[in-house]
Write a protein that binds this ligand. Structure first.
Ligand SMILES: [Zn+2]
Length: 275
């Protein structure tokens, strides 16, 4: 899809092909407009001609009289930043991200400004929420009355969100932030991958319940003695196809890290066991 689509008042979506985690193949770039100014959220695609479509869409907005205030990236992952440098250079506009994201992007993307919890865009109209868990520097943007939430990779309507402890992921933080977002949004949740999610709070709570159900399976898999990662993945993910187990193992590690921290699981350096 290389057409801009209006998703709610003040927000438009342009979904473009990116190197992302299958079955997702695209990342949404959002245009958030207030008055005669706008931000580009997730200048994501590294590919031509998708970058050309993005640049053309921005140029069209500027031609219509709007001023571009900056390009915001929700976090550092490669499927969210591919056009950041191109947009920065084409429009002499700042690339803005959380400081943890800026640190991780240092060698790939020049960033110019920082976003953190408590800051706002457009004089309070849009709030910045720092939502670590999927990535340490992850931010979401919330319309101040909760009418919409640009959710980055906190939730997806295509594919699943990977919590990778080797890349700063943290399951406990992630679940806490999902609960907080569920309380913060009244309207639509706008994920980085896939269509807008109506009744967003409901979906966010469903996500938390789904993760906790999986965590209960991980815990059950180590309840009868020491288990290696392969053994516990085969048990805890027995309802998923074998080919996803390598990815499942990374999720299992995130659950195990949380369970060990909570004192519910022991780790001997190679195997896990319920306490
Ligand atoms: Zn991500």
């Amino acid at each position: 899809m290389t057409e801009i689509e209006s998703v709610c008042p003040g927000v438009e979506r342009l979904s473009l092909r990116t190197p992302t985690l299958l079955p997702a193949t695209e990342t949404n770039t959002y245009f958030v407009t207030h008055g005669d100014e706008f931000y580009v959220i997730e200048p994501a695609t590294p590919y031509e001609p998708e970058q050309a479509a993005l640049i053309g869409a921005i140029r069209e907005k500027i031609r219509s009289g709007l001023t571009l205030r900056g390009a915001i990236v929700t976090h550092h992952h490669g499927d969210h930043i591919g056009a950041a440098m191109r947009v920065r250079e084409a429009f002499s506009t700042p690339v803005i991200a959380h400081r943890e994201t800026r640190t991780r992007l240092r060698d790939r993307v020049t960033t110019d400004g920082e976003l953190d919890e408590g800051q706002t865009l457009f004089d309070g109209e849009v709030e910045v929420l720092h939502t670590p868990g999927h990535a340490r520097g992850h931010v979401c943007l919330r319309q101040r009355e909760g009418r919409w939430l640009v959710a980055g990779d906190m939730v997806a309507s295509v594919g699943t969100i990977l919590i990778d402890v080797e890349d700063g992921g943290d399951m406990a933080d992630y679940l806490a932030q999902l609960e907080r977002l569920a309380d913060a949004v009244e309207g639509v949740v706008l994920p980085a991958h896939g269509a807008p999610i109506e009744r967003g709070a409901e979906r966010l709570r469903h996500y938390v319940a789904h993760r906790l159900a999986r965590e209960a399976k991980v815990l059950a898999a180590v309840s009868d003695g020491w288990r290696t990662e392969d053994e516990l993945v085969a048990r805890a993910y027995d309802d998923t196809p074998r080919e996803v187990w390598p990815i499942a193992a990374r999720s299992a590690r995130a659950h195990l890290q949380k369970l060990v921290r909570e004192g519910r699981v022991a780790f001997d350096g190679a195997r896990w066991r319920a306490e």
